[in-house]
Design a protein around this ligand. Structure first.
Ligand code: PLP
Length: 406
């Protein structure tokens, strides 16, 4: 038995959906690998990856199999009971990282909410109520709940909702002196993205993260890495912290973790995890069997030398072609990022026009991203075919040629 679907179109969006987004003019209806088809049957190449989510492209057979098998088995039992996919996923994440324990939730914001609450709880339990200050970076992004917009360093997301969460300081990113000046014994956590994603695909300097680690240790503060965007293989290591050799106390993951199925996770060490004792935190859907079964399959496929090394090779190819395009048309001042999280910083004269690149690329059957008004961002599947990279970049070059009138 199947459900009857009434025909819908893009204009319906403007009638019945709360207008928090302004989606593109076409509606994707099907995807396979790094190709997407819209309602009219037009085929697009996907360099957007659902904003760094579709880590294995669309309809990857291993993920489809994990989801459908679990769908025929068990969907949901709540946390009054545990379930096998939760336990298998937790074991794999713990085995693959610094962490001893995982807390599961449904999004990046929730993973960060858990991380920030845990950091405050630990400080409260061990040192007293005065130790609740959180230091985060300007221009950072940590999600859209009230706590996470307050920690995020972009006032456009946190203004206008009444009083923000207290005790949060923002410092310039990659500026160790500023962090040193801001931290104190009342700091409970320093929160950083190893690569600022939404803020413009800006990687941290190694010395900055090493310095942040040392300052946290000096002041009994926890180092929290938000790896919601940088994690799950995107940088060529399972998590970006592994590229830096700097280990956090708490790590948040989401986006690619489920490869397109909503799931988030907060990872931490044993002694810290003990502060989230029974009843202290929770969420109905956290550890949902469908989500965990898919995420387990993502970990199985991504955390292999074949996929992780493939990221590096694809990244070099991708970036060198983008640099060539940037030079030929004079549109980029810098191509930066790590692995397959790539940002092209718009040159003087093109600043503020990332949206025009997005729109023009779409006209050339290519899905890309922006990261703020000045950076064109790419976050394709980690297993994208070289032929798709080349065809997509050909389309991108034609879009840039159109935009520049070349
Ligand atoms: C996307 C993102 C989030 C928020 O994740 P949601 O799933 O949208 O709540 C948090 N932190 C970073 C670094 C992100 O890129």
């Amino acid at each position: 038995m199947s459900v009857e679907h009434a025909a819908v179109q893009r204009t319906d969006y403007d009638q019945v959906v709360v207008p928090t987004y302004a989606p593109a003019g076409f509606i994707p209806v099907r995807g396979a690998g790094s190709r997407v088809w819209d309602q009219a049957g037009r085929e697009l190449i996907d360099f957007s990856g659902g904003i760094a989510v579709n880590v294995l492209g669309h309809a990857h057979p291993v993920l489809v199999n994990a989801l459908t098998e679990q769908a025929h088995t068990l969907w949901h039992v709540s946390n009054i009971f545990t379930n096998e996919p939760t336990l298998r996923l937790a074991k794999k994440l713990v085995a693959a990282t610094f962490a001893d324990r995982a807390f599961f939730c449904n999004s990046g914001a929730e993973a960060n909410e858990a991380a920030f609450k845990l950091a405050r709880r630990v400080a409260h339990d061990k040192y007293g109520p005065q130790k609740f200050e959180i230091i985060a970076a300007l221009n950072s992004f940590h999600g859209r709940t009230l706590f996470t917009v307050s920690v995020g360093g972009q006032p456009k997301y946190s203004d206008g909702f009444g009083p923000k969460i207290d005790g949060i300081t923002h410092v310039p990113y990659n500026d160790l002196d500023a962090l040193k000046a801001a931290i104190s014994d009342n700091t409970c956590a320093v929160v950083l993205e190893p690569i600022q994603g939404e803020g413009g695909v800006l990687p941290a300097d190694k010395a900055y993260l090493e310095g942040a680690r040392a300052l946290c240790d000096q002041h009994n503060a926890l180092l929290v890495f938000d790896e919601v965007q940088s994690g799950m293989g995107r940088t060529g290591q399972l998590f970006a912290y592994m590229n830096y050799g700097v280990t956090p106390d708490i790590l948040s993951s989401a986006k690619s973790l489920g490869g397109g199925f909503p799931i988030g996770a907060m990872l931490t060490r044993e002694t810290l995890a003990q502060h989230f004792s029974v009843g202290v935190h929770g969420t109905t859907f956290g550890g949902n069997p469908l989500a965990c079964a898919v995420a387990e399959a993502v970990v199985d496929v991504v955390n292999t030398p074949q996929v992780l090394q493939g990221v590096q090779a694809r990244s070099e190819h991708f970036m060198s072609r983008l640099r060539a395009i940037g030079e030929r048309y004079g549109v980029f001042s810098q191509v930066r990022g790590m692995g397959l999280l790539i940002g092209c910083v718009l040159a003087e004269g093109w600043k503020g026009r990332a949206k025009d690149f997005f729109t023009t690329a779409e006209k050339h059957d290519l899905m890309i991203l922006q990261a703020g008004p000045d950076v064109v961002r790419f976050a394709p599947s980690l297993v994208i075919d070289t032929a798709d990279i080349d065809e997509g970049l050909d389309r991108f070059e034609r879009a840039v040629a159109e935009l520049t009138g070349a």
